[in-house]
Ligand binder design. Sequence first.
Ligand SMILES: *Cc1c(COP(=O)(O)O)cnc(C)c1O
Length: 462
Amino acid sequence: MKYCSTRGKVQGLKFTDAVMMGLADDGGLLLPEEIPTFSKEELSALRQLSYPELAFRVLSRYIDDIPADDLKELIDRSYAGFDHPETTPLVKQDGLYILELFHGPTLAFKDVALQLLGNLFEYLLEKTGRRMNIIGATSGDTGSAAIYGVRGRKNINIFILHPKGRVSPIQELQMTTVTDDNVFNLAVEGTFDDAQSIVKEIFGDLDYKEQHALGAVNSINWARVLAQVVYYFYAWARISEETGSEELDVSVPTGNFGDIFAGYIARQMGLPIHQLILATNANSILSRFINNGDYSSAAVHQSLSPSMDIQVASNFERYLYYLYHKDAAAVCAAMDRFKQTGRLEFTAEQIATVQQTFRAATIDDAETLLTIGNFYKETGYILDPHTAVGVAAGRKIRSADQPLVCLATAHPAKFGAAVKSAIGREPELPAALHGIEKRPKRVTTIAADTGLIKEFIDHNAI
Ligand SMILES: *Cc1c(COP(=O)(O)O)cnc(C)c1O
């Protein structure tokens, strides 16, 4: 399997090179040259497998430059630390399935990908005698999951930019209480989009990227998307085993379009997903795109689901590449147009194509709280605000005759204040978070200024 860029100037990369490159050198995003497919028989054979076994079946289709035994071992180690034997258990509540993706060390779905990515980096650096400085921007969950993925690892330093005061208190503590020498937290005075565009700019400076051997952990890294493809297969395997049902709908709380893009890839691989339901909060650019073809950015709103407070979704370019029939020149032109005008237009035919796969709904904060409150009353199960956005959208749009899977992207205790205003009490803190506010912290406040941030990295890079 070889990898190429959405912008056409990088081609023929091995998987391991694609992982190490992160953002493609031409400014695009890396994708496999072909999407492998599973036949019906191959899908059926997944039903009996454990999560790591199933992960190996899916990942090995994309990774042919790591020996099978090594890949198995990397997968096993990545999911051994999850606090549930099924890794991503499915829970049935009130006529729908909740796929709990929050059993990793930082209690959000990003651990599923970043535990694997941390192991891949360590493995590849050790093999090649290299070093790496990871730079990433986070709206909350990516940062802590990335930090936990690489803390204390040799030959890696990590610099995580978060928008100061715009992540939940628990998220902030999860990041800043990691005091390993190789971890640098930067509280940027700006929004998540500011932080993300600084990171993109730094990666666009190729001399600088090479000088510091920069690596990415943002959802721009293909390995993250790939790790997330696995749990769509896992959910399908469990449900089809239980009910014999072949098709399902999946509802995905969406910000950067990474998680739902993994669902799109799973669907292209032959997994019978009927509709992918894209759920946004008031930052609705992606649902407007799906419902009306209106892709125009607006100011970022702060919401009760802060990990989805995003207007410019970095993974969207990957989807555009397929929507434009793999025409890299068309992707380049569209990205230029978007940069200049803040909007993209689509033909009726393109919109029809989009709507064959995706449906979308926007759920505001009031409806999010109502959903948490009502779901709790009906079932006793506590949804986190991101998951609630997905549940509310899923219930509006789901097909009558198909199972609905709602991805649960965070543990409710990470967003205790929002949950409390919905159900009148805070969810119980899991053991991993007990006493976190008393631990020592390490964080640097810094202006949203690319030059200053580069200087900081110059001083602290490995
Ligand atoms: C990151 C995140 C999302 C959004 O996922 P994307 O891949 O950015 O679309 C949703 N919920 C939670 C809890 C998250 O951390």
